[in-house]
Design a binder for this molecule. Structure first.
Ligand code: ZN
Length: 289
């Protein structure tokens, strides 16, 4: 068994795990995400005490993955103060590494150890402070101009919804309509405190169903939901399923997504998807080396 290190770099905290290529976890340490210099130094100090072969870095984005780009391995243009331009590669020191977004990493973990083991293509949507989408096609994270940023897709704005959306870049994109901060702006309350019968949940489900509609015709065989809001609100996924089914209207092969209970599902790894995702990247680094 090979020891691996995984780093899940989140907006408020950072999880460092020492685990195995089989997904076992030996040790875990939580570090608050403060300034880039302080956080990166604390991660390196933690790693210095561990013995491992490779490292996986699963980070909030957006990230630059283009090896030919001067900003390769950097966090680019993030709204998180002080973090734009932060170089993450020094975290890896001299070890073989793979770096990817936290959602692509979680999606890969679903394929290795969770509910996507029998699939070729799937999506993992996290709904929390932001909305991130990891898309896996033929077992590999989707890449192109950048990485999947489908949380910022433009979606129809229901006429009866008077909330303008709060994405600083787009207003009423998916993230601007259904993220944790959007729900707070709509209701004045944090997600866990909002009554399940509050109409804001219906509007959030409208946005998330529209996101799923836009993803579905371009491949995923299943869509997993993770993050604090879907995992903490059992009533939300049924609302999304009903709207998605209605929206698809039985078109073409979209009927294969029925029954919706098997298509729109909660993450089978729950809160473990983050650290296991980082280990999945470290495992990929093992193969690459
Ligand atoms: Zn946006």
């Amino acid at each position: 068994m090979t020891n691996l290190a995984g780093i899940e770099l989140g907006g408020t905290k950072c999880l460092c795990v020492l685990g195995t290529s089989e997904g076992g976890i030996h040790a875990q340490r939580e570090i608050p995400t403060t300034s880039p210099a302080e956080t990166v130094a604390a991660i390196r100090a933690t790693l210095a005490a561990w013995t491992f072969e490779t490292i996986g870095i699963a980070s909030f984005g957006p990230l630059d993955f283009d090896p030919g780009s001067p900003s390769h391995g950097e966090i680019v243009n993030t709204p998180k103060p002080g973090w734009s331009g932060t170089k993450l590669l020094p975290i890896a020191a001299d070890r073989p590494f793979v770096i990817d977004t936290d959602v692509n990493a979680a999606a890969l973990a679903e394929g290795l150890w969770g509910g996507a083991q029998s699939l070729d293509s799937w999506a993992y949507i996290t709904v929390g402070t932001g909305i991130g989408v990891g898309s896996i096609v033929a077992g590999t994270p989707l890449r192109g101009l950048g990485h999947s940023e489908a949380g910022h897709l433009r979606i129809p704005h229901p006429a009866e919804d008077h909330f303008a959306g709060n994405c600083p870049f787009h207003g009423d994109c998916v993230e601007g309509m259904a993220s944790g901060p959007a729900m707070k702006a709509r209701t004045g309350q944090a997600g866990p405190d909002i009554d399940p019968g509050h109409p804001a949940w219906g509007f959030a489900a409208d946005a998330l169903a529209a996101l799923c509609h836009n993803l579905l015709p371009s491949l995923p065989q299943r869509i997993f939901f993770g993050g604090g809001i879907p995992l903490g609100q059992a009533h939300l996924l049924p609302l999304i399923r009903a709207r998605l089914s209605r929206s698809l209207g039985g078109y073409g092969t979209t009927g294969r997504a029925e029954p919706m209970e098997d298509y729109i599902v909660p993450s089978t790894l729950g809160a473990g998807a983050g650290p296991l995702g980082a280990l999945a990247l470290a495992r990929a680094a093992l193969k690459a080396g």
